[in-house]
Design a protein around this ligand. Structure first.
Ligand code: GAR
Length: 188
């Protein structure tokens, strides 16, 4: 599931295709028409379904549509790879222990929106990213993997976010494999 650029989605596909992750990405769900993630899916020949949140009256209704699409694709595990919508119990209950999120901060610090900006504003010298299982409390589920990066004096939001994103691409496949291992799915 992706909302924007989709670089984490592509990192997962590449991890599968280069053999470092024994899995297959069978579907991308996007909520923003025309987002770059959609074009990546086309280039990578991964089926992509648009579920535009603007067409739903509630978060629950959106999540019901997501669950239907994921169910039809018979997925074992779901990754929020840059999914910028708060999810509800409806989606979480449909994929217990099977829903992984990537967040651009060292949780439990800087939950919610703009984790990178929050880290810069707080003046921390180490920032990073966290891959975790999703629970009903936002950005608070079981931590699967983290990576830290230094915050440089010269950093602005963009440069720090780019350094963190490169680490996200490393830990997200690892976290997916750890989640699969917990479930007894093939995990390499
Ligand atoms: C990533 O930095 C991810 O951690 C963040 O959005 C970016 C998506 O990049 N997600 C969140 O902030 C979720 N709360 P991508 O579209 O290139 O994968």
């Amino acid at each position: 599931m992706a909302s924007g650029n989709g670089s984490n989605f592509e990192a997962l596909v590449q991890a599968c295709r280069c053999g470092s992750m024994p899995a297959e990405v069978v579907l991308l769900l996007v909520n923003n028409p025309g987002c770059p993630a959609q074009a990546r899916a086309a280039r990578l020949a991964i089926p992509c379904t648009l579920v535009d949140h603007r067409g739903f009256a509630s978060r629950e209704a959106l999540d019901a549509a997501l669950v239907a699409a994921l169910g039809a694709a018979q997925v074992d595990l779901v990754v929020m790879a840059g999914w910028m919508r708060v999810v509800t119990a409806h989606l979480i209950a449909a994929y217990p222990e099977r829903l992984v999120n990537i967040h651009p901060s060292l949780l439990p610090s800087f939950r919610g929106l703009d984790g990178v900006g929050q880290a810069l504003a707080a003046g921390v010298t180490l920032a990073g990213c966290t891959a975790h299982l999703v629970s009903e409390q936002v950005d608070a589920g079981l931590i699967l993997a983290q990576a830290a990066v230094p915050v440089l004096a010269s950093d602005d939001r963009e440069s720090l976010a780019a350094r963190i994103l490169a680490q996200e691409h490393q830990i997200l496949p690892l976290a997916v494999m750890l989640a699969a291992q917990r479930l007894g799915l093939p995990s390499g």
